[in-house]
Write a protein that binds this ligand. Structure first.
Ligand SMILES: [Zn+2]
Length: 265
């Protein structure tokens, strides 16, 4: 009997401890930035690691709402990062790369249901030339008017910036901003590096072009000090369940990767 009582006390203690960890993480000040690409119905989920099913996406948004997370716009993220707004510790940012048509068709209606803001990073040529799979200009203009949508630039051509001449990098970074602003009729303040690859010079060009924040995705840069123009995001995979989603959200996946990295090098 005494043993059972002890076991019960221990179980309650462990549960309370886990609950406390669950609520305490992510730590105040570390705002998780989620990265998605394509949100599509279950039947359309392909072999690519970029597809997330609408079912999974809706569950993840439900999880954020249920556990008191507060999705914020990139403007709010910028205000917090530059100490003009105080963080509560429950903020999270939701971003999409590539301007795929599935954003307007499938992701946005779910985000609207929850009232969650998000950002989509457009590839200028894909939008203006109406390339297959991309949102066309008409759709982009429509969603740009939605207060929960922020649009950013993901360059002109989606080529890797570290593998091109400097003048071409300038054109990709600055040219895409100007062209998208002209076409959409709104200012573009945020930027993502194709495949996440960047270097110091490219980061400086992004800052000089007048962007407020720049985002990466590559885990290769974990050893570098994060700046406003090299913010790391957590890629959400097709096979993420709610547990692994929380581990990413809480910063635990990131911590493990950083530890692995520091042991290796
Ligand atoms: Zn991309």
């Amino acid at each position: 009997m005494k043993f059972l009582k002890g076991l019960l006390v221990l179980a309650v203690f462990v549960l309370l401890l886990l609950g406390a960890i669950f609520w305490a993480l992510p730590l105040k000040g570390s705002i998780p930035i989620l990265m998605y690409h394509f949100v599509v119905p279950e039947k359309q989920v392909g072999p690519t690691s970029l597809d997330v099913s609408t079912t999974l996406f809706e569950q993840q948004m439900w999880f954020l709402k249920t556990f008191g997370f507060k999705p914020i716009s990139l403007y709010e993220l910028h205000a917090i990062k530059t100490d003009r707004q105080e963080a509560t510790g429950r903020e999270v940012a939701i971003t999409f790369d590539d301007g795929n048509a599935s954003y307007a068709t499938y992701a946005l209606p779910i985000l609207e249901k929850f009232g969650f803001p998000s950002a989509n990073f457009l590839v200028e040529e894909s939008v203006l030339q109406e390339l297959h799979g991309s949102m066309d200009l008409k759709t982009v203009k429509q969603i740009a008017a939605n207060p929960i949508v922020t649009l950013g630039s993901h360059t002109r051509t989606h080529e890797v910036l570290t593998q091109m001449r400097l003048e071409k990098v300038v054109d990709e970074v600055m040219g895409s901003k100007l062209q998208l602003e002209k076409a959409i009729g709104r200012e573009i303040h945020f930027f993502t590096y194709p495949t996440g690859q960047h270097d110091e010079e490219i980061v400086r060009l992004v800052e000089d072009a007048g962007y407020l924040l720049g985002f990466t995705s590559s885990r290769k840069y974990l050893h570098e000090k994060e700046t406003l123009f090299s913010l790391t995001r957590y890629k959400i995979n097709p096979n993420d369940n709610l547990a692994s989603f929380w581990l990413k959200l809480a910063g635990i996946t990131d911590l493990v990767q950083r530890l692995k990295y520091s042991f290796r090098y």
